[in-house]
Write a protein that binds this ligand. Structure first.
Ligand code: ADP
Ligand code: MG
Length: 329
C-alpha cells in the first residue's frame, strides 16, 4: 500500500464516513488532504495546544491490540486538554510504522483506525492532518482545544491553605501495568477493570468543565501523584502535604494484599490520567456540592503549605517515599 492510499483509506475516508457534528463542520474549513489544515478559531476563545509521543514498548506494549493503542494514545492527549480546562476541537496524528511488518498490515491499521475514531467521535474531536513515515513504531498526537480567556486551569494558581484534591482513584495505572507485564495477578474481574483503566483512561473533561472557576490550579496525573503535584508546587512557588491515608483507592487496589506496594503505586506510579487540583477553603462548599450531587467524584488528599516540595504523611507521621515518580531520563 502506498503512503497516500494508506492515509486516504484508514484516516481520511474512515472519518468522512462518520457524521461530523455541527461544531466540527463549522470549525474545519479544510481538513486532511492539503498542505495544511484550515481551521476556524472562535474570536472570543484561546487556543490550547498539547502534543505527546507514545513509543512502542516504552508507553505501551508493542503487542497490544491496535484499537487499544489508538484509544490510549488519543485519550492520554485528551487528558491534557481536560487538565487545561479546554474543550476538544481538533487533532493531528504523526504515525511512524515499521515497513513490511504486522504494524503496516491492513488488519493492524484497520484496528488502529477503528479505535482512534471511536474515541474521537465520543469526545467530538476531529482529525485534521498528520504525517506518515516508516521507522520504529511510534505515535504522536497533537490535540487542540479552546478555552475562554482567563478560564484555563493552570498549574500556577495554588495558594497556602488550598486543599489538594484528586478525581476518582489513583494507583490503578501502575497496578494495571504490573498486570499487563504479568508481575501482578488479580481476579479476572479486577484484571478487566485494570486493563481498561490502562488502555481506556477517561479524560476528565466533564469534571474539568465543572472545576473551571472552582479549582485554583490543576494538572493531570501522568507521572505519579507526588511528581505531578510537585509541578503545581513549583509553578505556584509553594509546598504541599499529602495525607497518605486519604488517598482514594479503587476496590481492585484495596483487594491487593500489599498496602505498602499499593500506596507506592498511588503516590508514584503514574499513568493514572486523573486530575490533581487545588481548591481554596472559600470555594470548597461549591466542590462539596458537586460531589454530593454526584456530578464529580473527587477526594481531598492534602493541603498546600508554605515552602517547597511535596511531603507525605501517614496519620500525621512522616511517610518516606522509596521512589519519586516516573523519570524518562
Ligand atoms: P505533505 O507532503 O504536504 O506533508 P503528506 O503526503 O505528508 O503531505 O500528507 C498529505 C495529507 O495527508 C496532509 O493533509 C496531511 O496532513 C495528511 N496526513 C498524512 N498522514 C496522516 C495521518 N497519519 N493521519 C491523518 N492525516 C494525515
Ligand atoms: Mg508530510
Amino acid at each position: 500500500m502506498r503512503e497516500f492510499q494508506l492515509i486516504q483509506k484508514f484516516f481520511q475516508h474512515e472519518q468522512a464516513d462518520l457524521l461530523l457534528t455541527e461544531k466540527a463542520q463549522a470549525s474545519v474549513i479544510l481538513g486532511i488532504g492539503d498542505d495544511g489544515a484550515l481551521l476556524q478559531v472562535s474570536h472570543n476563545k484561546q487556543l490550547v495546544v498539547s502534543v505527546d509521543t507514545l513509543v512502542a514498548d516504552v508507553h505501551f506494549p508493542a503487542d497490544a491490540k491496535p484499537d487499544d493503542i489508538a484509544e490510549r494514545a488519543l485519550r492520554t492527549n485528551l487528558s491534557d486538554l481536560a487538565a487545561m480546562g479546554a474543550e476538544p476541537l481538533w487533532f493531528t496524528l504523526a504515525l511512524t510504522l515499521p515497513k513490511n511488518s504486522e504494524y503496516s498490515s491492513e488488519e493492524w491499521l484497520r484496528g488502529f483506525s477503528r479505535g482512534l475514531f471511536r474515541t474521537a467521535n465520543q469526545h467530538e474531536i476531529v482529525l485534521v492532518g498528520g504525517d506518515t513515515t516508516s521507522g520504529p513504531l511510534s505515535i504522536t498526537i497533537q490535540v487542540m482545544g479552546a478555552v475562554e480567556p482567563h478560564h484555563a486551569l493552570r498549574r500556577d494558581g495554588a495558594s497556602i491553605g488550598d486543599f489538594v484534591c484528586v478525581t476518582n482513584y489513583v494507583g490503578d495505572g501502575a497496578a494495571a501495568l504490573a498486570v499487563i507485564q504479568k508481575q501482578l495477578h488479580v481476579t479476572q474481574e479486577d484484571e478487566k477493570y485494570l486493563r481498561d483503566r490502562f488502555y481506556r483512561p477517561v479524560p476528565r473533561l466533564a469534571e474539568a468543565n465543572l472545576l473551571r472557576g472552582i479549582a485554583s490550579a490543576a494538572l493531570d496525573i501522568s507521572d505519579g501523584l507526588v511528581a505531578d503535584l510537585n509541578h503545581i508546587c513549583a509553578a505556584s512557588d509553594l509546598g504541599a502535604v499529602i495525607d497518605v491515608e486519604n488517598i482514594p483507592l479503587s476496590p481492585a487496589l484495596l483487594a491487593i494484599n500489599d498496602l505498602q506496594q499499593v500506596r507506592m503505586w498511588a503516590l508514584s506510579g503514574g499513568d493514572d490520567y486523573e486530575l490533581c487540583f487545588t481548591v481554596s477553603p472559600e470555594k470548597m462548599p461549591e466542590l462539596a456540592m458537586l460531589i454530593a450531587q454526584e456530578k464529580i467524584y473527587a477526594s481531598v488528599v492534602g493541603e498546600i503549605i508554605a515552602g517547597s516540595g511535596v511531603h507525605c504523611e501517614l496519620n500525621g507521621e512522616p511517610f518516606e517515599l522509596a521512589q519519586q515518580g516516573f523519570q524518562h531520563f
